[in-house]
Design a protein around this ligand. Structure first.
Ligand code: NDP
Length: 237
């Protein structure tokens, strides 16, 4: 807990979409929230003002800056790593540098952020990564790199759950299915195809993902660790 007695929460990638919903949820639950963004300064400042949280411009690909920010925040009760990028398409045509960048942001950054946060995290702390249902089912061509990056997180949380469990810190990954954001708009071109895989044939709302994150961060989830929790409307069923 921070000096004020409020939970201290850091959300990496909080300016838009699912991350912004997570910021809103923790702020309305009374937490003291800091969030990062890469490029969207105006939405980030607006969200910070609206929710009484702090916005920090920080590219998750910059490992040193990420570690420095986390060190400077002191004891964080909850770390949520939401920042992620989506690159899909024919692997024979995709640019190799953009794939390396995807692995840096989607795999390396969550690992280094989790380790940095754990250094000062108190007992009862929570590390929550945002993965994807594509980790478990590619479903369509073009998903190899993105799916690999998100599948890496389920191995990561199993290992870190064992590393930090003795300190009463849980580590989990939340795997959304199609969720209505700028990354995957509910009126996008692949919607019919995506919904055809689902038992509940609609995109999730970002606040539905934030609800699962808030539950994981709460006292009821103290025994939940090292797992992937999927909210995909039955995409993988
Ligand atoms: P958006 O593209 O709508 O938002 C991404 C957020 O992450 C933005 O706040 C963005 O900041 C931030 N971000 C991206 N790259 C970086 C970076 N290098 N450094 C810091 N912040 C960064 O994505 P979604 O909300 O849709 O997705 C959020 C997470 O959920 C991702 O990890 C994604 O893979 C995952 N996901 C999404 C699904 C979906 O259907 N939408 C399905 C399954 C998983 P900025 O605004 O500055 O660009």
């Amino acid at each position: 807990m921070s000096h004020s007695g409020r939970k201290s929460v850091l959300v990496l990638g909080g300016s838009r979409g699912i991350g912004a919903a997570i910021v809103r949820r923790f702020a309305s639950d009374g937490a003291q929230v800091t969030f990062t963004y890469a490029n969207s300064a105006a939405p980030a400042e607006q969200l910070a003002e609206e929710t009484g949280s702090s916005a920090v411009q920080l590219d998750s690909a910059d490992r040193a800056a990420l570690a420095a920010l986390i060190d400077s925040l002191g004891a964080i009760d909850v770390l949520v790593v939401n920042a992620g990028v989506f690159v899909a398409g024919d692997p024979l045509a995709l640019d190799a540098d953009s794939i390396d960048q995807l692995f840096t942001i989607n795999i390396n950054a969550p690992y280094h952020a989790a380790v940095s946060a754990a250094r000062q995290m108190p007992a009862g702390g929570r590390i929550i990564l945002i993965g994807s249902n594509i980790a478990d089912r590619a479903a369509m061509p073009g998903m190899a790199a993105y799916g690999a990056s998100k599948a890496a997180l389920s191995g990561m949380v199993k290992g870190l759950a064992r590393d930090f469990g003795p300190r009463d810190i849980t580590v989990n990954v939340v795997q959304p299915g199609p969720t209505d954001t700028e990354m995957n708009p509910a009126d996008g071109p692949l919607n019919e195809l995506m919904h055809s895989f689902m038992a509940i044939k609609r995109h999730a709302r970002s606040d539905e993902i934030a609800g699962m994150v808030a539950w994981l961060a709460g006292a009821e989830a103290a025994m939940v660790t090292g797992v992937a929790l999927t909210l995909d409307g039955g995409f993988a069923a």
